[in-house]
Write a protein that binds this ligand. Sequence first.
Ligand code: PHE
Length: 359
Amino acid sequence: MTIRKNKKESIVNHPTANIMMLDKIQSLLQEVENLTANSAEEIEQLRIKYLSKKGAITALMADFRNVPVEQKKEIGIKINELKDKAQEKINALRDAFAVQETDANHLDITRTAYPIGLGTRHPLTIVKNEIIDIFSRLGFSLAEGPEVEDDWHVFSSMNFADDHPARDMQDTFFVESHPDIILRTHTSSVQARVMEKQQPPVRVICPGRVYRNEAISARAHCFFHQVEGLYVDEKVSFTDLKQVLLLFAKEMFGEDTQIRLRPSYFPFTEPSAEMDVSCTLCKGKGCNMCKGSGWLEILGCGMVHPNVLEANGIDSTKYKGYAFGMGIERITNLKYQVKDLRLFSENDVRFLKEFEAAN
Ligand code: PHE
Protein backbone atom coordinates (compact mmCIF):
# COMPACT_ATOMS: atom_id res chain seq x y z
CA MET A 1 0.00 0.00 0.00
CA THR A 2 1.32 3.45 -0.85
CA ILE A 3 0.27 6.46 1.09
CA ARG A 4 -0.15 9.50 -1.08
CA LYS A 5 0.59 12.85 0.26
CA ASN A 6 -2.67 14.68 0.57
CA LYS A 7 -2.17 17.81 -1.51
CA LYS A 8 -4.96 19.59 0.36
CA GLU A 9 -3.05 19.22 3.53
CA SER A 10 -0.04 21.01 2.12
CA ILE A 11 0.77 23.99 4.24
CA VAL A 12 3.07 25.64 1.78
CA ASN A 13 2.37 29.33 1.28
CA HIS A 14 -0.18 29.47 4.02
CA PRO A 15 0.03 32.78 5.93
CA THR A 16 0.38 31.03 9.28
CA ALA A 17 2.50 28.32 7.77
CA ASN A 18 5.00 28.13 10.56
CA ILE A 19 2.44 27.76 13.32
CA MET A 20 0.69 25.10 11.33
CA MET A 21 3.96 23.39 10.69
CA LEU A 22 4.75 23.25 14.40
CA ASP A 23 1.26 21.82 15.06
CA LYS A 24 1.75 19.29 12.34
CA ILE A 25 5.13 18.22 13.77
CA GLN A 26 3.56 17.93 17.22
CA SER A 27 0.65 15.79 16.08
CA LEU A 28 2.91 13.55 13.97
CA LEU A 29 5.15 13.14 16.99
CA GLN A 30 2.23 11.92 19.02
CA GLU A 31 1.07 9.61 16.27
CA VAL A 32 4.55 8.14 15.96
CA GLU A 33 4.86 7.54 19.69
CA ASN A 34 1.64 5.52 19.73
CA LEU A 35 2.43 3.35 16.71
CA THR A 36 1.75 -0.40 17.02
CA ALA A 37 2.00 -3.22 14.52
CA ASN A 38 1.15 -6.92 14.44
CA SER A 39 3.26 -8.12 11.55
CA ALA A 40 6.38 -7.34 9.56
CA GLU A 41 4.11 -6.19 6.79
CA GLU A 42 2.35 -3.66 9.03
CA ILE A 43 5.70 -2.30 10.15
CA GLU A 44 6.72 -1.81 6.54
CA GLN A 45 3.48 0.06 5.85
CA LEU A 46 4.24 2.39 8.76
CA ARG A 47 7.72 3.01 7.43
CA ILE A 48 6.28 3.93 4.05
CA LYS A 49 3.61 6.15 5.65
CA TYR A 50 6.13 8.21 7.61
CA LEU A 51 9.64 7.80 6.26
CA SER A 52 9.54 6.85 2.59
CA LYS A 53 10.06 9.37 -0.19
CA LYS A 54 6.33 9.97 -0.26
CA GLY A 55 5.90 9.75 3.49
CA ALA A 56 4.49 12.39 5.83
CA ILE A 57 7.82 13.36 7.36
CA THR A 58 9.53 13.65 4.00
CA ALA A 59 6.69 15.95 2.93
CA LEU A 60 7.37 18.14 5.96
CA MET A 61 10.99 18.41 4.87
CA ALA A 62 9.83 19.64 1.47
CA ASP A 63 7.68 22.30 3.15
CA PHE A 64 10.67 23.28 5.25
CA ARG A 65 12.06 25.09 2.25
CA ASN A 66 9.39 27.78 2.70
CA VAL A 67 10.05 28.42 6.35
CA PRO A 68 11.44 31.92 6.95
CA VAL A 69 15.14 31.94 7.70
CA GLU A 70 14.78 33.14 11.28
CA GLN A 71 12.58 30.12 12.14
CA LYS A 72 14.50 27.54 10.14
CA LYS A 73 16.64 26.54 13.10
CA GLU A 74 13.76 25.88 15.54
CA ILE A 75 11.63 24.05 13.02
CA GLY A 76 14.60 22.21 11.54
CA ILE A 77 15.52 20.78 14.95
CA LYS A 78 11.90 19.72 15.55
CA ILE A 79 11.62 17.99 12.18
CA ASN A 80 14.88 16.14 12.78
CA GLU A 81 13.67 15.07 16.21
CA LEU A 82 10.46 13.77 14.67
CA LYS A 83 12.34 11.91 11.98
CA ASP A 84 14.67 10.27 14.54
CA LYS A 85 11.73 9.36 16.77
CA ALA A 86 9.88 7.77 13.85
CA GLN A 87 12.96 5.76 12.81
CA GLU A 88 13.57 4.71 16.42
CA LYS A 89 9.98 3.61 16.85
CA ILE A 90 9.98 1.57 13.65
CA ASN A 91 13.28 -0.06 14.61
CA ALA A 92 11.87 -0.91 18.04
CA LEU A 93 8.76 -2.45 16.47
CA ARG A 94 10.99 -4.48 14.13
CA ASP A 95 13.15 -5.73 17.01
CA ALA A 96 10.16 -6.74 19.10
CA PHE A 97 8.66 -8.51 16.14
CA ALA A 98 11.90 -10.33 15.27
CA VAL A 99 12.04 -11.79 18.79
CA GLN A 100 8.44 -12.97 18.49
CA GLU A 101 9.22 -14.52 15.13
CA THR A 102 12.22 -16.53 16.33
CA ASP A 103 10.18 -17.77 19.30
CA ALA A 104 7.57 -18.93 16.85
CA ASN A 105 10.24 -20.71 14.79
CA HIS A 106 11.22 -22.81 17.81
CA LEU A 107 7.69 -23.95 18.32
CA ASP A 108 6.92 -27.12 16.41
CA ILE A 109 3.16 -26.86 16.02
CA THR A 110 3.05 -30.20 14.21
CA ARG A 111 4.34 -32.05 17.26
CA THR A 112 1.93 -34.47 18.86
CA ALA A 113 0.87 -33.16 22.23
CA TYR A 114 0.23 -36.43 24.09
CA PRO A 115 1.31 -38.96 25.09
CA ILE A 116 4.94 -37.97 25.57
CA GLY A 117 7.05 -41.03 24.73
CA LEU A 118 8.94 -42.40 27.74
CA GLY A 119 12.45 -43.74 27.31
CA THR A 120 13.35 -47.31 28.18
CA ARG A 121 16.06 -48.68 30.40
CA HIS A 122 19.20 -49.93 28.71
CA PRO A 123 19.22 -53.76 28.48
CA LEU A 124 22.45 -53.90 30.50
CA THR A 125 20.80 -51.84 33.24
CA ILE A 126 17.77 -54.15 33.20
CA VAL A 127 19.95 -57.23 33.60
CA LYS A 128 22.26 -55.58 36.14
CA ASN A 129 19.26 -54.64 38.27
CA GLU A 130 17.96 -58.19 38.03
CA ILE A 131 21.31 -59.62 39.20
CA ILE A 132 21.45 -57.11 42.05
CA ASP A 133 17.89 -57.99 43.01
CA ILE A 134 18.61 -61.73 43.17
CA PHE A 135 21.73 -61.31 45.31
CA SER A 136 20.21 -58.68 47.56
CA ARG A 137 17.49 -61.19 48.43
CA LEU A 138 20.32 -63.48 49.58
CA GLY A 139 21.66 -60.77 51.89
CA PHE A 140 24.36 -59.25 49.64
CA SER A 141 24.77 -55.51 49.77
CA LEU A 142 26.02 -53.26 46.99
CA ALA A 143 29.55 -51.84 46.77
CA GLU A 144 30.98 -49.55 44.13
CA GLY A 145 34.45 -48.18 43.48
CA PRO A 146 36.52 -46.14 41.02
CA GLU A 147 37.03 -47.16 37.39
CA VAL A 148 40.45 -45.48 37.35
CA GLU A 149 42.33 -47.58 39.89
CA ASP A 150 45.78 -48.24 41.21
CA ASP A 151 47.77 -51.39 40.58
CA TRP A 152 47.41 -52.48 44.21
CA HIS A 153 43.62 -52.81 44.20
CA VAL A 154 43.38 -54.41 40.75
CA PHE A 155 46.38 -56.75 40.83
CA SER A 156 48.73 -56.84 43.81
CA SER A 157 46.10 -57.20 46.54
CA MET A 158 44.46 -59.86 44.37
CA ASN A 159 47.56 -62.08 44.56
CA PHE A 160 48.97 -61.25 41.14
CA ALA A 161 52.76 -61.41 41.68
CA ASP A 162 54.70 -58.57 40.04
CA ASP A 163 55.93 -60.83 37.26
CA HIS A 164 52.90 -63.09 37.32
CA PRO A 165 51.91 -63.97 33.77
CA ALA A 166 48.27 -63.61 34.85
CA ARG A 167 48.74 -59.85 34.64
CA ASP A 168 48.91 -60.37 30.91
CA MET A 169 45.74 -62.43 30.91
CA GLN A 170 43.84 -59.17 31.05
CA ASP A 171 45.15 -56.63 28.59
CA THR A 172 45.33 -53.55 30.72
CA PHE A 173 45.02 -49.85 29.85
CA PHE A 174 47.82 -48.02 31.66
CA VAL A 175 48.10 -44.28 32.23
CA GLU A 176 51.34 -43.49 30.40
CA SER A 177 52.68 -40.90 32.84
CA HIS A 178 51.65 -42.95 35.92
CA PRO A 179 52.36 -46.65 35.36
CA ASP A 180 50.75 -47.40 38.71
CA ILE A 181 47.39 -46.00 37.58
CA ILE A 182 45.24 -48.17 35.35
CA LEU A 183 41.67 -48.62 34.18
CA ARG A 184 40.32 -51.49 36.26
CA THR A 185 40.15 -54.77 34.39
CA HIS A 186 37.71 -56.33 36.83
CA THR A 187 35.61 -55.15 39.76
CA SER A 188 37.60 -57.38 42.14
CA SER A 189 39.29 -54.07 42.97
CA VAL A 190 36.07 -53.02 44.70
CA GLN A 191 36.17 -56.19 46.79
CA ALA A 192 39.69 -55.24 47.88
CA ARG A 193 38.44 -51.78 48.85
CA VAL A 194 35.62 -53.32 50.91
CA MET A 195 37.89 -55.82 52.71
CA GLU A 196 40.50 -53.22 53.64
CA LYS A 197 37.79 -51.26 55.46
CA GLN A 198 35.53 -53.95 56.82
CA GLN A 199 36.14 -57.07 58.90
CA PRO A 200 33.99 -60.18 58.18
CA PRO A 201 31.23 -60.97 57.78
CA VAL A 202 31.50 -59.39 54.32
CA ARG A 203 28.77 -60.07 51.79
CA VAL A 204 28.89 -57.71 48.82
CA ILE A 205 28.25 -57.57 45.10
CA CYS A 206 30.20 -55.11 42.98
CA PRO A 207 28.66 -54.09 39.67
CA GLY A 208 30.53 -51.77 37.34
CA ARG A 209 32.26 -51.02 34.09
CA VAL A 210 35.66 -52.56 33.38
CA TYR A 211 38.22 -52.02 30.63
CA ARG A 212 40.44 -54.36 28.64
CA ASN A 213 42.57 -53.53 25.68
CA GLU A 214 40.76 -55.62 23.08
CA ALA A 215 40.01 -54.84 19.46
CA ILE A 216 36.32 -54.00 19.13
CA SER A 217 34.31 -56.67 17.33
CA ALA A 218 30.95 -58.44 17.61
CA ARG A 219 32.43 -60.62 20.35
CA ALA A 220 34.83 -58.34 22.22
CA HIS A 221 34.91 -54.73 23.34
CA CYS A 222 37.41 -52.49 25.09
CA PHE A 223 34.93 -52.01 27.93
CA PHE A 224 32.19 -54.14 29.37
CA HIS A 225 30.32 -54.60 32.63
CA GLN A 226 30.70 -57.03 35.46
CA VAL A 227 29.06 -58.05 38.66
CA GLU A 228 31.44 -59.67 41.09
CA GLY A 229 30.45 -61.11 44.44
CA LEU A 230 32.35 -61.76 47.66
CA TYR A 231 31.37 -63.57 50.81
CA VAL A 232 33.82 -63.81 53.73
CA ASP A 233 32.94 -65.28 57.10
CA GLU A 234 33.86 -68.13 59.42
CA LYS A 235 33.20 -71.60 58.03
CA VAL A 236 32.35 -70.61 54.46
CA SER A 237 32.68 -73.57 52.11
CA PHE A 238 32.62 -74.36 48.41
CA THR A 239 29.17 -75.93 48.92
CA ASP A 240 27.82 -72.51 49.97
CA LEU A 241 29.22 -71.05 46.77
CA LYS A 242 27.73 -73.75 44.61
CA GLN A 243 24.31 -73.47 46.22
CA VAL A 244 24.19 -69.68 45.87
CA LEU A 245 25.20 -69.90 42.20
CA LEU A 246 22.61 -72.61 41.49
CA LEU A 247 19.94 -70.42 43.01
CA PHE A 248 21.16 -67.45 40.98
CA ALA A 249 21.09 -69.47 37.73
CA LYS A 250 17.54 -70.68 38.36
CA GLU A 251 16.30 -67.18 39.21
CA MET A 252 18.01 -65.69 36.18
CA PHE A 253 17.36 -68.30 33.49
CA GLY A 254 14.41 -70.32 34.82
CA GLU A 255 13.61 -73.00 37.39
CA ASP A 256 14.71 -75.89 35.13
CA THR A 257 18.24 -74.46 34.63
CA GLN A 258 21.14 -76.71 35.60
CA ILE A 259 24.71 -75.73 36.40
CA ARG A 260 28.08 -77.43 36.14
CA LEU A 261 31.43 -76.34 37.57
CA ARG A 262 34.69 -76.96 35.70
CA PRO A 263 38.09 -76.60 37.38
CA SER A 264 39.90 -73.42 36.33
CA TYR A 265 42.59 -71.02 37.47
CA PHE A 266 42.53 -67.47 38.88
CA PRO A 267 45.31 -66.02 41.05
CA PHE A 268 42.79 -64.76 43.61
CA THR A 269 40.87 -67.99 44.19
CA GLU A 270 41.91 -71.51 45.13
CA PRO A 271 40.31 -73.77 44.13
CA SER A 272 38.87 -71.96 41.13
CA ALA A 273 36.11 -72.95 38.75
CA GLU A 274 34.17 -71.81 35.76
CA MET A 275 30.45 -72.25 35.77
CA ASP A 276 28.24 -73.27 32.86
CA VAL A 277 24.45 -73.18 32.73
CA SER A 278 22.35 -75.54 30.65
CA CYS A 279 21.71 -73.85 27.29
CA THR A 280 18.93 -71.29 27.62
CA LEU A 281 17.81 -71.90 24.03
CA CYS A 282 17.81 -75.69 23.59
CA LYS A 283 17.61 -76.56 27.28
CA GLY A 284 20.72 -78.73 27.01
CA LYS A 285 19.88 -80.72 23.90
CA GLY A 286 22.56 -79.03 21.78
CA CYS A 287 22.04 -76.15 19.33
CA ASN A 288 23.94 -73.41 17.48
CA MET A 289 24.12 -71.12 20.48
CA CYS A 290 25.79 -73.73 22.73
CA LYS A 291 27.73 -75.15 19.77
CA GLY A 292 26.05 -78.47 20.28
CA SER A 293 27.38 -78.94 23.82
CA GLY A 294 24.18 -78.08 25.70
CA TRP A 295 26.18 -75.80 28.06
CA LEU A 296 26.99 -72.08 28.17
CA GLU A 297 29.82 -70.62 30.22
CA ILE A 298 28.65 -67.69 32.36
CA LEU A 299 31.04 -66.98 35.22
CA GLY A 300 34.27 -67.59 37.10
CA CYS A 301 34.34 -68.39 40.81
CA GLY A 302 36.28 -70.01 43.62
CA MET A 303 37.36 -69.88 47.25
CA VAL A 304 39.17 -66.65 48.07
CA HIS A 305 42.93 -67.31 48.15
CA PRO A 306 44.33 -66.92 51.71
CA ASN A 307 46.90 -64.46 50.30
CA VAL A 308 44.06 -62.18 49.19
CA LEU A 309 42.50 -62.21 52.65
CA GLU A 310 45.86 -61.48 54.30
CA ALA A 311 46.76 -58.73 51.80
CA ASN A 312 43.52 -57.02 52.72
CA GLY A 313 43.96 -57.34 56.50
CA ILE A 314 41.74 -60.35 57.12
CA ASP A 315 42.98 -63.30 59.21
CA SER A 316 42.99 -66.27 56.82
CA THR A 317 43.25 -68.80 59.65
CA LYS A 318 39.96 -67.59 61.06
CA TYR A 319 38.01 -66.64 57.95
CA LYS A 320 37.27 -68.18 54.58
CA GLY A 321 35.50 -66.73 51.60
CA TYR A 322 34.13 -67.36 48.18
CA ALA A 323 34.04 -65.03 45.19
CA PHE A 324 32.50 -65.04 41.75
CA GLY A 325 32.46 -62.72 38.77
CA MET A 326 30.34 -62.50 35.66
CA GLY A 327 29.99 -60.27 32.60
CA ILE A 328 26.63 -58.50 32.35
CA GLU A 329 26.86 -58.42 28.54
CA ARG A 330 27.31 -62.18 28.47
CA ILE A 331 24.23 -62.80 30.64
CA THR A 332 22.21 -60.30 28.56
CA ASN A 333 23.28 -62.02 25.33
CA LEU A 334 22.17 -65.38 26.64
CA LYS A 335 18.88 -64.06 27.97
CA TYR A 336 17.95 -61.96 24.95
CA GLN A 337 20.05 -63.53 22.15
CA VAL A 338 21.93 -60.32 21.35
CA LYS A 339 24.52 -61.43 18.79
CA ASP A 340 26.70 -58.33 18.53
CA LEU A 341 28.30 -56.72 21.60
CA ARG A 342 28.67 -53.40 19.80
CA LEU A 343 24.90 -52.89 19.86
CA PHE A 344 25.11 -52.17 23.59
CA SER A 345 27.11 -48.99 23.13
CA GLU A 346 25.77 -47.66 19.83
CA ASN A 347 22.70 -45.99 21.34
CA ASP A 348 20.46 -47.06 18.50
CA VAL A 349 16.97 -46.38 19.85
CA ARG A 350 15.47 -49.10 17.66
CA PHE A 351 17.64 -51.67 19.46
CA LEU A 352 16.96 -50.16 22.88
CA LYS A 353 13.18 -50.06 22.22
CA GLU A 354 13.18 -53.82 21.79
CA PHE A 355 13.65 -54.11 25.53
CA GLU A 356 10.58 -52.02 26.35
CA ALA A 357 8.63 -55.04 27.59
CA ALA A 358 11.44 -56.02 29.99
CA ASN A 359 11.51 -52.60 31.66
N1 PHE B 1 37.81 -61.26 38.36
C1 PHE B 1 37.55 -62.32 37.41
C2 PHE B 1 37.53 -61.74 36.00
O1 PHE B 1 37.43 -60.57 35.86
C3 PHE B 1 36.24 -63.00 37.67
C4 PHE B 1 36.27 -63.77 38.94
C5 PHE B 1 35.87 -63.17 40.11
C6 PHE B 1 36.70 -65.07 38.94
C7 PHE B 1 35.90 -63.89 41.29
C8 PHE B 1 36.72 -65.79 40.11
C9 PHE B 1 36.33 -65.20 41.26
O2 PHE B 1 37.62 -62.44 35.05
